[in-house]
Design a protein around this ligand. Structure first.
Ligand code: GLU
Length: 376
């Protein structure tokens, strides 16, 4: 198991409410958080990028606001989230500071990971934070989220973050040590499953409801999260997080379930570019550029003959050859107006023409899916 984390560059760790907040008093488990923070610092010393997705706002806030036990009305949980989030962020900032790490709070709603422009923006901010050495601490923006725009549970939020950031591994820390063939609290015959190759209907049938009562995610929501993440090329580990140093425990083979990625993140991203996004324009390229793309290279402005359509930077465009045949689809690094000005020009000239230094490529090869070359 340890090799999954050792081989990962970008890791998302999801922390459930039941770990952060003790179930009787509703107090923050500071010592536990300090041990998690030491584990995160250790990962970072190995050169890995870490993002945290943390629950606990509602659990902390309900105590701060003296809300009664039991189910809360939607407005009450949103109020609790507001009061709790500030305490949660403060605790992370304070404890991560002990490891010389700057915590940065990021609150997301479903739309931020679905709508492309917001998605690109959130992704760029998270990447910048990590490049600056900070650890993003992400939660759902519960206070503004209505039923339609909610993730509803942080397992799913963590999976979306993992796929958005092309993470290699998502660790779901909760109060269960993985997937069982049946609900282990009810069935003494339930077997622990250490590794899942593919999330088949038989695997899905094994998941029961939530047992912790504090957060929202049960095994069913963890499986949904595992499906999203593995389909985006990210390995998933479900592990029990209650003990101190939960990540170190996973690495030294504490019981957990590993879900293998069903694709690579690069392939998943290309599928998304080729199949999900609606192209907003067309770039017509010359024969030399067609050859370069066939060799897996980026599309440079020099190879562009014609620019059609109205698209912004980051929009999907179709790439066609001089005879109108589709060659590829990709994300344009320049909007249509700028693309027109640099079409046919060498990358070195971009700055002089546009007055700013953008990317050397019109479409970087990571953002390019060859949709029409294979069948020639
Ligand atoms: N966003 C919620 C909170 O911070 C938790 C949702 C969940 O546990 O899945 O309290």
């Amino acid at each position: 198991m340890s090799d999954v984390l050792a081989a990962s560059r970008t890791i998302v760790v999801k922390v459930g409410s039941a770990l952060l907040v003790d179930s009787c008093g509703g107090n923050l488990r500071r010592d536990w958080l300090t041990s998690l923070s030491a584990d995160i610092a250790a990962l970072r010393r190995e050169g890995k990028q870490v993002l945290l997705v943390s629950s606990g706002a509602i659990a902390l806030g309900r105590r701060a606001l003296n809300l009664k036990n039991g189910a809360l009305r939607l407005e009450e949980s949103q109020a609790a989230a507001a009061a709790g989030q500030v305490r949660l962020a403060e605790a992370y900032a304070d404890i991560l500071k002990g490891e010389n790490i700057v915590a940065a709070q990021v609150l997301l709603t479903l739309g931020d990971t679905e709508e492309r422009r917001r998605y690109l923006n959130a992704r760029a901010t998270l990447k910048t934070l990590m490049a600056l050495g900070s650890v993003p601490v992400i939660n759902e923006n519960d206070t503004v989220a209505t039923a339609e725009i909610r993730f509803g549970d942080n397992d799913r939020l963590a999976a979306r973050v993992a796929s958005m950031m092309e993470a290699d591994c998502l660790v779901l820390l909760s109060d269960v040590d993985g997937l069982y063939s049946a609900d282990p609290t009810r069935d003494p015959e339930a077997r622990h499953i250490p590794e899942v190759e593919a999330i088949t209907p038989a695997i899905e049938a094994m998941a029961g409801g939530s047992v912790s009562g504090l957060g929202h995610g049960g095994m069913a929501s963890k499986l949904i999260a595992a499906k999203i993440a593995t389909g985006a090329g990210c390995e998933v580990i479900i592990a029990k997080g209650k003990t101190f140093h939960p990540i170190a425990a996973v690495r030294s083979d504490a019981r957990s379930t590993r879900f293998k990625a069903s694709t690579t993140s690069a392939a998943a991203r290309k599928r998304w570019i080729a199949g999900v996004l609606k192209p907003q324009g067309t770039l017509v390229i010359d024969a030399g550029a067609v050859q370069a793309l066939a060799l897996g290279k980026s599309l440079l402005p020099a190879g562009i003959r014609q620019v059609d359509g109205r698209f912004d930077r980051g929009d999907a465009v179709v790439v066609r050859d001089g005879e109108g045949r589709e060659i590829a689809r990709g994300l344009a690094a320049y909007g249509a107006a700028d693309a027109e000005r640099i079409a046919g020009k060498r990358s070195l000239e971009i700055e002089a023409i546009l007055g700013y230094r953008g990317r050397d490529e019109m479409i970087h090869r990571d953002d390019l899916a060859l949709t029409g070359l294979a069948d020639r």
